[in-house]
Design a protein around this ligand. Sequence first.
Ligand code: NAD
Ligand code: WQD
Length: 330
Amino acid sequence: MNILVTGGAGYIGSHTCVALLEAGHSVIVADNLNNSKAETIDKIKQITNTEITFYQIDVTDETAVGAIFSQHEINGVIHFAGLKAVGESVEKPLEYYCNNLVSTMVLAKACQKYNVSRFVFSSSAAVYGDNTVPFVETMNLLPTTNPYGETKAMCERILTDIVKVNPAFSVSLLRYFNPVGAHESGLIGEAPNGIPNNLMPYVTQVAKGKLKKLKVFGNDYPTVDGTGVRDYIHVVDVAEGHVAALDHLMGGVHIYNLGTGRGTSVLELVSAFAEATEIKVPYEIADRRPGDIASCYADASKAKRELGWVAKRDIVAMCRDAWRFENKLL
Ligand code: NAD
Ligand code: WQD
């Protein structure tokens, strides 16, 4: 199939382009490079030895999106493009609502106009809010503590309402847990601007000597060792989940958690990193980070049952691959 990948130059999008190309699909990337670089497109070509078409456009621009749909026969859309920094979304709510909602609506409209019936959307475990773990797709969504999470819940609702009146429009809502790691080539991965907010890039930068010490945000949570528990998932497993979701689109809305189903605490991740790299990352216990929940992990059984997809790579592999990527960065 010929797949339009929005945000395909980004972290998860680039790995998904590789997985799609390896599965025999063709890829057209639309990205405004707001949080990524054009070189990533070359890296995708280098890894797969395959050509891809790249448009540097903003997917909130209806005319630019329409031009792509009119020039190419598109069989499906995977919509990654979006703003994703939770803290920034609190500071800039309007930017987040405009970017994440308008892009989704513009793409859905183009799909209707050009009879494209397959749509895969990047949602997030953030939509579960403070439900009880493990999070299951059938749970009622709870309000999140930030506009970012709200944009994901709203996009899910918009796409679901569209399907209600267009049952032939087939939508997969993929709720990712905590994607980490990098492609085993070390050519693509996550390179956040400035000081990282997320744990894994923080750990790799401490290990590299770019940052002094990890601050562990709280050790008094009701978890195995008091530190926060998350469902870290290798980004290549997430990418493969998209190929499986695309292959199984069958009309209607289908929601899947993309997680491993296993929780790992902050201190367990630090140990796994030491096992993978023989580097003991220095850390200190700090206050809890506002807005954090104690535990977040998936019930991943629906994706296994319906898509035949399971996450294959363990936490040590995630650390090893994240570290390899950090070492290849200039
Ligand atoms: P990313 O920032 O690396 O990738 C997003 C890409 O979209 C970037 O290349 C950016 O330049 C592009 N983009 C943003 N707005 C755009 C617009 N209006 N037009 C064109 N391009 C635009 O982020 P990522 O980690 O790869 O996340 C991809 C998607 O998955 C996002 O929607 C994000 O909210 C969602 N998600 C990410 C995580 C995570 O932890 N990384 C977890 C759950 C959900
Ligand atoms: C993981 C754990 C922290 C940094 C975020 C978004 C979520 C999703 C994925 C998009 C927590 C602890 C972290 C540090 C620490 N993104 N930590 N020291 O918060 O689970 O999820 O990314 O959809 O919406 O909120 O990920 O990597 O920031 O934190 O102790 O320097 O590591 O408290 O327990 P989080 P994270």
